[in-house]
Write a protein that binds this ligand. Structure first.
Ligand SMILES: *Cc1c(COP(=O)(O)O)cnc(C)c1O
Length: 714
């Protein structure tokens, strides 16, 4: 794949088309195959019943090749031109069509319409299309009064969108406004020259190449070979520069990275990335020396993950439960940028700030009455540590030092730090490996009462026995309400939790709900304990709280729990809760969490979860009864296929990636929990891939074969 570029302007009529056409000529003169593509062209005149795109005509007159992907008649903004023809431009579809164009051997110059914020539809702008494509951008600056301001605004907008600017071309398309010689014309010349001088300086400071200063060409006619000749000469340095950028990683087959973020350093090649990663970067749950293979991500968008080389995967993992709204959600990105521009972090000792308070004000109404003291921490595991310390401190503050053990369920997962790990399933949590380090907790068998089956009270007996037997030593019972996540994706009956709540009250022990995976709507309730209608004493939140933008967590405690800790006499802790992470209440994370909660609440999330539940149930049903499949279950936006034998993660992943989906199984579980914004088509592709894998595995000893990857859907 050759390198392509996006050409945009500071405004309409900045000279983009002339520059694009001139570049085609200059590239042709260098013997390089290049084409120009207008993703959207408006103002097309009907010729022989066909809409003829004016810019495409211009490319042709320059001796180049080009086409328009979407053409509309009326010369106005694309959103309006489309609407006038009862059409709507779809960003994802347009981006896909552009990517298909860029996949050939030619250098493609994509020419935008108007400036960066020209609307494509009611939501998306030309800049969103540029962001989807992530091609280096050539900015054509209209040399006229006001252009410095326009140029800086455009460059900042590109930079904020994470897009590299490959260069600036200054272009004068207007004739001198006052034909009369004299001072006024003199002033205009001075303005144009000053624009050029200033922008060259600005470009230098930003390390963006200033590629050409195209003067007004009097009597320019597209029919005039001499005019094209002149333009070609003026743009030759620009063409040469683009070729340099293009060859920089031509070997790399990536439409994505031009210059790296450190704008002056050439981007690393795909091989360099993988080699360094393999040699030096540790990945989760794998060896440093012989790790499982990894794939390089170069971008994300909506429910899609983009791999180096251009392959798009539909995300079935929400990046481990957290990317609730998919990727690149505009309000979340804006919240992070806005807060970063104000202040990104201050210590929480002795200081406070609006983002922390705003987040608290959003969380409280989501929680049952009583849960009213919030502790912000940095990750899920830390939240669990905090909750454990709260429970122990609570009993000490009452003078009870005996209560310092915890009850947890087999099949549980509560995090990887030492305390949290002591609560994880002893087998899958590898407790044997850490004997001596881990505190020993009390484990109760996994609840046998399935979510969708009538409740059998006998399923609670093991818990009841354990609690009664050890009551004096137990500080708290820790559960993942309704859905046990990373310990095996098990769904159990809410009545179990109801019984647990009553018994904890009766025996005097706290109930900690770890909703790090289930919180914020995943199961069809805002929090999974709502299925049981109970209030935990301590609640842990994390993962989806920031919509997957960054690490963050929160622990909410009841007034009684917090009150107990806080009124202890000096010899029992003095009322101070002894925890305080450096990045506690990080303002960036708080601001993003606020935006994520607002986004969730403003969306029809309940309907979405139940629609996803329906799609997953239907889509995964064919797996039921296949050899090697032990169980198929769906709850909310979580779908699970449990296998009889542990899966070969690498081989299953290869199969899924070949299907164009991102699903990462573990142990006996192959599961999906897509972002809530996943489309019906995305969901169908996810379940289709999962079924194909299970079917292939069924006839090949438990491991799917690449030859069984279904042909792509059109
Ligand atoms: C992921 C998870 C944790 C740990 O959160 P981290 O942010 O990975 O530390 C704890 N509890 C549950 C239920 C989880 O799913």
């Amino acid at each position: 794949m050759a390198r392509s570029f996006f050409i945009t302007g500071t405004d309409t009529d900045a000279g983009k088309s002339i520059v694009t056409a001139g570049l085609l000529r200059a590239l042709a003169a260098k013997g390089v195959p290049a084409r120009a593509v207008k993703p959207v062209q408006t103002g097309c005149m009907p010729v022989n019943g066909l809409n003829e795109a004016p810019d495409v005509q211009l490319y042709r007159k320059a001796g180049g090749r080009g086409k328009a992907l979407k053409a509309f008649g009326v010369p106005c903004s694309p959103h309006l031109a489309a609407r006038l023809e009862h059409a709507r431009l779809d960003l994802a579809e347009l981006a896909r069509a552009c990517r298909a164009e860029a996949a050939g051997v030619d250098i493609v110059l994509f020419e935008g319409a108007g400036g960066l914020y020209v609307p494509l539809n009611e939501q998306d702008t030309m800049l969103d299309l540029m962001r989807e494509l992530m091609l280096p951008v050539l900015l054509v600056v209209a040399n006229r009064l006001g252009c410095i301001n326009h140029a800086i605004l455009s460059l900042d907008a590109l930079e904020n969108a994470g897009i590299d600017t490959a260069g600036i071309v200054l272009c004068r398309t207007l004739p001198p406004s006052i034909p009369d010689p004299g001072t006024a014309t003199g002033a205009e010349t001075a303005i144009l020259e000053e624009n050029a001088r200033f922008l060259k300086g600005l470009a230098g400071k930003r390390q963006i190449p200033f590629l050409a200063d195209i003067p007004f060409i009097p009597n320019f006619s597209p029919e005039d070979p001499y005019a094209w000749h002149r333009l070609e000469a003026l743009l030759m340095p620009a063409a040469e520069h683009l070729l340099g950028v293009a060859s920089c990683d031509a070997a790399d087959a990536s439409p994505k990275s031009g210059m790296s973020d450190l704008a002056t350093q050439p981007a690393l090649s795909a091989q360099e990335i993988l080699d360094f990663d393999r040699a030096h970067l540790w990945h989760p749950y794998t060896s440093a020396l012989a790790p499982l293979p990894v794939r390089e991500v170069t971008g994300t968008s909506g429910a899609r993950i983009l791999l180096r080389g251009g392959q798009e995967l539909i995300d079935g993992m929400s990046s481990w439960w957290c990317a609730l709204h998919g990727y690149g959600n505009k309000s979340l990105v804006k919240a992070a940028q806005r807060q970063a521009a104000r202040f990104s972090h201050v210590m929480f000792g002795g200081l406070t700030h609006a983002p922390a308070v705003e987040l608290g004000r959003r969380l409280l109404p989501l929680l049952p009455k009583g849960l009213e003291h919030i502790f912000y921490a940095d990750s899920g595991s830390v939240a669990v540590e905090v909750a454990m310390k709260m429970a122990v401190q609570f009993w000490r503050s009452l003078g009870n030092t005996e209560k310092s053990r915890f009850v947890a369920l087999r099949g549980a997962y509560h995090g990887d730090t030492t305390g949290a790990m002591s609560l994880c399933d002893p087998v899958t949590g590898m407790h044997a490996l850490f004997t001596g380090l881990l505190p020993r907790q009390i484990f109760v068998e996994r609840p046998t009462c399935r979510f969708h089956e009538p409740y059998d009270p006998r399923s609670f007996h093991p818990m009841e026995r354990a609690l009664r037997e050890h009551a004096a030593k137990i500080a708290a019972v820790v559960i993942e309400p309704v859905v046990q996540g990373a310990g095996g994706m098990w769904f159990y009956h809410p009545q179990y939790i109801k019984s647990l709540r009553s018994l904890c009250d009766e025996l005097g022990m706290l109930l900690i709900a770890d909703e790090i995976a289930t919180g914020f709507g995943r199961t069809g309730r805002m929090f999974a304990y709502e299925w049981a209608g109970i209030t935990p004493d301590i609640l842990c939140m994390g993962k989806a709280m920031t919509g997957g933008m960054m690490t963050f967590s929160a622990v909410a405690a009841t007034a009684e729990t917090a009150g107990g800790i806080s009124t202890a006499p000096p010899e029992r802790g003095g009322g101070l809760f002894m925890h305080g992470p450096t990045f506690m209440a990080n303002p960036l994370a708080c601001a993003v969490a606020c935006a994520s909660i607002d986004t969730l609440l403003a969306s029809p999330w309940r309907e979405r979860v139940s629609a996803i539940e329906h799609s997953l149930s239907q889509g995964l049903a064919p797996c039921r009864g296949l050899p090697g499949v032990a169980d198929v279950r769906v709850l909310g936006a979580i779908g699970v296929v449990e296998t009889e034998q542990p899966v070969d993660v690498e081989r299953w992943q290869d199969f899924f990636v070949a299907c164009g989906v991102w699903i990462r199984p573990f142990g006996h579980t192959v599961y999906v929990m897509p972002p809530l914004i996943a489309s019906p088509d995305d969901l169908a592709r996810l379940t289709r891939a999962l079924c194909a894998a299970a079917r292939s595995a069924a006839s090949h000893g438990g491991t799917p074969q690449i030859k069984d990857v279904p042909p792509p859907l059109s």
